[in-house]
Design a protein around this ligand. Structure first.
Ligand SMILES: Cc1cc2nc3c(=O)[nH]c(=O)nc-3n(C[C@H](O)[C@H](O)[C@H](O)COP(=O)(O)OP(=O)(O)OC[C@H]3O[C@@H](n4cnc5c(N)ncnc54)[C@H](O)[C@@H]3O)c2cc1C
Length: 389
C-alpha cells in the first residue's frame, strides 16, 4: 500500500488534532479501555467518542451520503495507525461503526439506513452482536432463538451468550429463527432489537481477567418492529455472513499498532531487568518482532487486494491470535515469578497479567483457530468438507 503526499498531509492533520484534543479532561483517558479493560471509564470514553464524531473522525470509510467521509483504504489505515499510536482510548462505538453500519449500508433498506446510521456516526446509539448461543457458537447455524410475528411486531424468545458490551448497548443485531421448524441456515432472520425493554435481561459474565465485558442475554417475549429485519425475512444467514466478512477490515492495522505498543513496552521491561540477558527470552522477543513485521506486511497486502482469496482473513486471524497469545506468555516469562501473584486483593492484576489472561480468548472469538483452519482446508486447499454431526 502506497501513501500519497495528500495522504501524508492527512496523517499530519490527524496527528495534530489528536495531540491538541487529548488534553484537559480527556488527557487521563490515554490507554483506557480495549480488550480486558472495557470497564474502564466508559462514560468518559463515550464523551470522547462523541467529541471525535463532532470533529468528523468517525465512520471515515463510509460513503458521504451515509454520514461518512468516503475515505480511501489508505486513509482508513492511517486513521487506525495514528489513533492507536496517539494512545487515544479504545472507542466504545466500534460494533456499530465497524459491523452493523457497513452491513446496513450493504443490505439495509433506505428507511433502516436513515433511522440507524446517523446515530452510529454521532455515537448516540451503541450496538451489540447477538449471534452466539449456549448451543450455537462455532456452529452458528444451530441458532435456536425464535422470533414470531405478532401483528406489527416480532416477539423474540431465547438466549444469547458471550454478548460483548450488551450491558451498555442500546440495540442488538440478533440472529433468530423466524420460520418455525426450520433447521440449519434456512429460516433465519437478522433482526434489529432495542435492548432497553422489559423482555430483555442482561447478566454479566465474570471473565478470567476478573472483569465483565460479555454477558448472557435472555429474550423473554422481547419485541421489535416488524420492519426491522435486514436483508429480508429468511435471509439471516446471508446477512450474518456479510457482517462476519466485514469484521476483519481496516481496523486490523490499528490492532497491530496496539500490539506494537505492547511489544515495545515488553522489550523495555526486559531491557531494564534480568530477563533481557536470558537467551530464550531474547530469542522470544526477536521472534515476536519478526512476527509482527510479517503480520503487518500480510495485512497490508490483504487489505490492498479487494479480490482477495477469501481465506486471507482466516490466515490473518490465525497469525494474530497465535502471535498475541505468545506475547502474553512471553510477558509472564519476562516478569518472572512475580507474574504468578496478583498485586493486591481480591484480584488486582497488572497490565501483563491481564494481557496473558485475556489473550487466551484471542483464539476463540471472531471464529476459533480450529474453525479458521477448517475454512483454509476446505476453501484454499479443496479438501473434502468436514463431516457434520
Ligand atoms: C472475548 C469474547 C467475546 C465474544 N463476543 C461475542 C459477541 O459479542 N457476540 C457473539 O455473538 N459472540 C461473541 N463471542 C462468542 C464467540 O463467537 C464464540 O465463543 C465462538 O464462536 C466459539 O463458540 P463456542 O464458545 O460456543 O465454542 P464451541 O463452538 O463449542 O467450540 C468449542 C471448541 O471446539 C472447537 N470446534 C467447534 N467446532 C469445530 C469444528 N467443526 N472443527 C474443529 N473444531 C471445532 C472450537 O474451535 C473450540 O475449540 C465472544 C467470545 C469471546 C471469547
Amino acid at each position: 500500500m502506497r501513501f500519497t503526499l495528500e495522504d501524508e498531509r492527512f496523517r499530519g492533520r490527524l496527528r495534530q488534532w489528536l495531540a491538541q484534543n487529548l488534553r484537559g479532561p480527556f488527557a487521563q483517558l490515554r490507554g483506557a479501555g480495549g480488550p480486558g479493560r472495557e470497564h474502564e471509564a466508559h462514560a468518559e470514553r463515550l464523551a470522547w467518542n462523541r467529541h471525535l464524531a463532532q470533529a468528523g473522525w468517525t465512520c471515515l470509510g463510509w460513503p458521504p451520503e451515509h454520514g461518512g467521509a468516503g475515505a480511501t483504504l489508505a486513509r482508513q489505515v492511517i486513521f487506525h495507525e495514528e489513533y492507536a499510536r496517539s494512545g487515544a482510548p479504545a472507542r466504545v462505538g466500534y460494533l456499530g461503526e465497524e459491523l452493523l453500519g457497513p452491513t446496513l449500508i450493504a443490505l439495509g433498506t433506505p428507511e433502516q439506513q436513515r433511522r440507524f446510521l446517523p446515530p452510529i456516526v454521532a455515537v448516540r446509539e451503541l450496538w451489540c452482536q447477538g449471534y452466539s448461543e449456549p448451543g450455537a457458537g462455532s456452529d452458528l447455524a444451530a441458532v435456536a432463538t425464535t422470533a414470531t410475528l405478532d401483528g406489527e411486531e416480532w416477539v423474540i424468545s431465547g438466549q444469547k451468550v458471550w454478548t460483548s458490551l450488551a450491558h451498555v448497548a442500546d440495540w442488538c443485531f440478533v440472529l433468530a429463527r423466524t420460520q418455525p421448524g426450520s433447521r440449519g441456515r434456512d429460516g433465519l432472520s437478522y433482526l434489529l432489537v432495542p435492548m432497553r425493554q422489559p423482555g430483555i435481561t442482561v447478566r454479566p459474565i465474570r471473565q478470567l481477567t476478573g472483569t465483565s465485558e460479555f454477558n448472557e442475554v435472555f429474550f423473554d417475549g422481547a419485541r421489535t418492529e416488524a420492519g426491522l429485519v435486514v436483508g429480508g425475512v429468511g435471509e439471516g444467514w446471508r446477512v450474518a455472513r456479510t457482517t462476519l466478512a466485514i469484521e476483519r477490515g481496516a481496523a486490523t492495522l490499528g490492532q497491530q499498532v496496539g500490539f506494537r505498543r505492547e511489544l515495545d513496552a515488553l522489550v523495555e521491561l526486559a531491557r531494564c531487568g534480568p530477563a533481557g540477558s536470558v537467551p530464550l527470552i531474547r530469542d522470544g522477543l526477536a521472534r515476536a518482532w519478526i512476527g509482527l513485521e510479517a503480520m503487518r506486511a500480510h495485512a497490508l497486502a490483504v487489505l490492498a487486494d479487494p479480490a482477495g482469496s477469501g481465506t486471507d482473513a482466516s490466515v490473518l486471524k490465525l497469525l494474530w491470535s497465535r502471535w498475541h497469545q505468545r506475547l502474553g506468555e512471553l510477558a509472564m516469562q519476562v516478569r518472572g515469578a512475580p507474574s504468578m501473584v496478583a498485586r493486591g486483593a481480591p484480584y488486582d492484576l497488572d497490565e501483563w497479567q491481564r494481557l496473558f489472561l485475556f489473550s487466551r480468548a484471542d483464539t476463540i472469538y471472531g471464529g476459533s483457530d480450529e474453525i479458521q483452519r477448517n475454512i483454509i482446508a476446505e476453501r484454499a486447499l479443496g479438501l473434502p468438507r468436514q463431516a457434520r454431526s
